[in-house]
Design a binder for this molecule. Sequence first.
Ligand SMILES: [Zn+2]
Length: 384
Amino acid sequence: MVRQFILSIAILLLSLFSHSFAQSSLMRFVDGSGNTLAQAQIIEQDGGLYLPIQTLREAFDPGMKQQYIELTKRLTLNLKEKQLRLRIGSLAVSADSDETQLSLAHPPRIIEGQLMLPLSFFTDLLPEIYDFRVTHNPVIQTIHITDKAAPLPELTTDTATEGPAKFLVILDPGHGGADTGYRGTTLRAEKDIVLDLAKKIEEVARQNQVAVLLTRDADFEQRPRERIDIAQNNLGKLFLSLHCNASFSQHAAGIHLYVSNSLGITYVDRPPTNPSRASQNSVTIETLSQENFLKQSRQFATILQTELEKLSPAPIPLSELPLATLAAVYMPAVLIEIGYLSNEADEARLADPENLALIAAGIVQAIQTYVTESDQAEATANGR
Ligand SMILES: [Zn+2]
C-alpha cells in the first residue's frame, strides 16, 4: 500500500519532469578535441535561454575586454580583435565600426545583477562574425566550438521530434572531465575508453535504425542526476551504463554485467558489497523506481550476456547488487564493465578499435533482440 502510494508520487513527479523545457540546467562549451572550455548555469527568462557573459571570456577569448555603461545601458565587448556593441534590452548588435548590423533572437539582460547574453548570441551571432563554427546540442546542452574548416562534430541525436513511440536507448558512458575513472598501465583512462565505445555503439545503432542517445558525447563531467534527467526527459526505454573494471588481482579479466537490485541478491558470483543494505528499510523512492523494472533489466542483461559470450573466451558473469548509478533510473537498466584495466590483455583489447566495434555490434544486436521480445510480449498481453 505504502509502496503503491510512493510509486504514484514517483510517476507524478516523473510526468512533471518529462515536460520541463531544458534538459539540463548546465551548459557546457566543448572544443573540437572534446575538452571542456567553460560551463555555466542556464537561466530561462521570457522564453529565452541566457548565459553569463563570463562564459564568453572562458570559451572564446580569455583576453576579452568588456565595458558596460549603466546610464545608457550600452555594452561594448572587445572580443578577438573585433568590437561588438550591444544594448541591454535591445536586439540590435553592431560590429566593426557599425559596418556590420546584426540581430539577436532575444535581448541581452541583467538578471540578478549579472550581465547575461542570450543563447543566440553564442550560436547564431558569433559564427557570423568570426571564423569558427558553433553547434548547440539541446539534448544534452553542449555547445561545440570548432574550426569552420573542420568536419562537423558528431553530435548525439535529437530524437525528441521523432515521436514518443520510438524505442530510444540511453547510452551512459561513465565518468568524464576531472573524473577519469580507472587508469590502466598505458594511462588510457576509463572515461575515454567508454566514450569511444559509446560512439561506436551509436554509429552501429544508426546503421541499424536503432535510436540511441548519449548522456555525454565529449569529455566533460556529468553528475548522476543529470544523466538520469537526460534519460527520463527524453523518454528513454532502456538504459545502458558503460564502465571498465579494475582489480588488485592482475588475473581478474573479462566483461561483467550488473543489474541493480536493492535486495542485493547475487545469483552468479560475488556477494553483495554491503549486506546491511538488503533490509526492507532500504526501500526508498529511488530504489523503488529501478526495482519496478527488475524483470526487464534482467531480461536485457541475459540477452546481452548471450550475445557478448560469442566474443568472450570465458562465461560472462551477471550480478545483482544495489547500484547507486542505476537505482533511480526509471526504465530497464544494465551496467556493463567491458573489461579490467588492471589486466594487460584486457587493456590491449580495449585499446583495439576493431575489438570495440565487435562489442558495439554485439550490444546493438542484443538491443534489437530485446526490442523484438518486448514487442512480442506486449502483443501477447494485448491479445493480438
Ligand atoms: Zn567506472
